[in-house]
Design a protein around this ligand. Structure first.
Ligand code: SF4
Ligand code: SF4
Length: 116
């Protein structure tokens, strides 16, 4: 069975362009939406994303909406813990393919890491 994991040197989910995420107001509170929008840089990438290392500069303090955890996904998306694995894989796949392309090295590495 495929098992979700975050792969190093990806960062696709740190591309925050709200134009690509029209449903944001449906799952973020007004305060969280404001926080989200405050993080979006001119190029659409999060201002906390370090492009040279492809890591989050504030990882330990990253917002709730950046965290893949059962309680977060249940609160934001109504996903039951039993469905988290599959849902998280789909989310990453969609984001990676959208940012880097479905034939990118990032996509390939993710598919290999989760066991496809
Ligand atoms: S898109 Fe998925 S694999 Fe890539 S950095 Fe985000 S959580 Fe990790
Ligand atoms: S706060 Fe960190 S994990 Fe969240 S989008 Fe920005 S760089 Fe990515």
């Amino acid at each position: 069975m495929a098992t979700w994991q975050c792969v190093k040197n990806c960062g696709a989910c740190c591309q925050l362009d709200p134009g690509d995420r029209p449903d944001l107001p449906s799952y973020l509170s007004p305060e969280e939406l404001q926080h989200y929008l405050s993080l979006v840089g001119a190029d659409g990438w999060c201002i906390n994303f370090d492009h040279s290392t492809r890591e989050c500069r504030v990882y330990d303090q990253r917002p709730r909406f950046c965290r893949v955890a059962p309680e977060v996904f249940h609160d934001l998306y109504g996903i039951e813990p039993a469905d988290l694995n599959e849902f998280a894989i789909d989310c990453c796949r969609e984001q990676i393919d959208g940012v880097y392309g479905d034939r990118s090295l990032e996509s390939l590495r993710f598919e290999q890491a989760v066991g496809f």
